[in-house]
Design a protein around this ligand. Sequence first.
Ligand code: HEC
Ligand code: HEC
Ligand code: HEC
Ligand code: HEC
Length: 304
Amino acid sequence: MLKNILFAGFSFLILFLLGIFVYRDATAEWKTYQSTYYQKLAKVVNNPEMANSPLKVEQIWNGQLNRADRCTTCHMGVGNPAFANEPQPYTTHPDLTGYMSKHPFEKVGCTVCHDGDGQAVTVEKTHGVVHHLDRQLKTAPYVQAACSRCHYELYSEDLYWPEAPQLMEGIRLARELGCGACHTINQLGTIATLAPELSGIGSKTELAFYLVHDFSKIESPEHTFRAWEWEHFKDPQKIVPGTMDAADPKDRTPPTIMPNWGLSDEETTALTVFVMSLRDKKVENIPRPFLPRTVGHDQFFQYR
Ligand code: HEC
Ligand code: HEC
Ligand code: HEC
Ligand code: HEC
């Protein structure tokens, strides 16, 4: 008798769990975005049939770059010029027919520039702050810190790329303010020992950064690499105040010597993009076929 009751009980439990899975699958967030996309597309191409296109998880797989990006599951319109005036996540990608055409989505995917969790298919997991993530999703303008993964020549003094204005401004400010007096920065050709080397800091994982930085003075609720750098540029002594009030004189350390330049928000953002762009080629390890041939930006556009 007891066996029968238990059996019935477990059967109901399994049915119940199955029901939950079916429900969650049928109401998955991405499905709503995808069906809305198809409804919009049906209007654009004037074919009502399109609205009933089957829904499926889209994926751009690239074994050489070791990526499987599902961003286009929701961002269905990124490659469609007709969606320029639609809201996110349907909008046409900025500069689609310009320099972006040199980085075809079907070849490189999205996370090679935007980082984030390519495999996730919920807004929370792709866009939210996720601590275990190697790299946090980068939106404009911070996504410009990805260009140097492949375009090493970006730091050369006689070069200006209008596609990455904040990065260009950050590089200019770094030269003007003389960061190289204290920091070794290979990209700018500076060698100094007063402060930590910055040459590969942009290739650190989110976790590696988190573990060795003190976030207790950070005001942003986002405890990320970006948030720390931004607030540190605004007021270095607030974020790294030292420990002059320690009871034991041996434990006392002075506040950081990094100057507070009274930077504007725009300048602070530009310098944050700059430090996030400082990459270690060996860590990034982008295979040859995905690296640009070394022609200068202007030469390239001359022949376009
Ligand atoms: C579940 C659907 C979904 C997935 C998957 C998704 N996104 Fe989004 N994305 C959205 C929505 C909705 C918005 C607009 C609302 C917002 O900003 O959160 C958006 C906005 C964005 C923006 C603009 C944000 C801003 O602040 O201007 C970027 C950039 C972006 N997504 C990149 C990505 C990348 C890269 C991936 C893959 C790693 C991805 N998205 C995966 C739904 C999605
Ligand atoms: C070559 C690098 C690169 C690749 C690859 C790339 N993006 Fe972008 N993306 C950018 C840059 C740079 C911007 C900001 C452009 C601007 O503001 O003019 C941007 C902007 C966006 C925006 C607009 C919101 C914002 O942050 O301004 C969305 C959404 C977006 N990308 C999604 C995607 C998705 C989805 C993919 C993959 C299908 C992708 N991107 C692939 C570099 C890239
Ligand atoms: C995965 C590596 C990779 C990343 C990341 C990348 N690019 Fe490129 N880029 C390329 C390749 C490959 C080409 C093609 C060059 C060619 O056709 O010879 C290219 C070409 C270009 C060109 C044409 C001019 C030239 O010098 O070849 C521009 C402009 C450009 N990229 C801008 C950007 C910007 C801005 C970003 C950051 C938002 C970026 N790229 C990120 C690989 C990359
Ligand atoms: C007078 C010397 C000095 C100058 C000039 C200086 N810094 Fe620093 N910087 C330091 C010291 C010391 C530290 C370590 C203590 C701290 O985090 O504040 C530091 C820390 C940093 C960090 C954090 C490093 C890490 O490991 O997280 C970044 C990023 C940084 N500086 C960027 C810059 C940039 C960009 C400039 C130029 C605009 C600059 N610094 C100019 C002394 C300097």
